[in-house]
Design a protein around this ligand. Sequence first.
Ligand code: FES
Length: 139
Amino acid sequence: MAGQNPYITKVQAMPARIPFQVIFEIEETGELKTLAADPEKIPYGRTGEPGSILDLAEAAGIEIDHACGGVCACATCHVYVTKGLESCPPATDDEEDMLDTARAVKTESRLSCQCVPNGTCDVRVVVPAWNKNFAKEGH
Ligand code: FES
């Protein structure tokens, strides 16, 4: 599912203009996966903000739950941005409101569908072990 949420403020993000790396740490398995993000291929898909961490994760073949389809309406795409957060615009009030409903929120918490790195530095993202869509469990 893709689209825009008409009830939220649009994310003001500067798209990446230079290649950068995103290192995903899958907490559940301990796996590390690195994506060489290519600005010419962004957006990779149609889920979340173009160039968002969710968009980049899908390009890397990493599953991050996104029950609302990436429109800032569920908080299931909650991740921790442990490096490179300074290259992402601050969370909007709408993202903050949705994060208030997420579990285990930390200072580096972001909604991956709303957080768009600008490519000025590499980014490291932890996908929490509990990031599971209950509807998908059992697959
Ligand atoms: S996918 Fe629902 S808030 Fe990000």
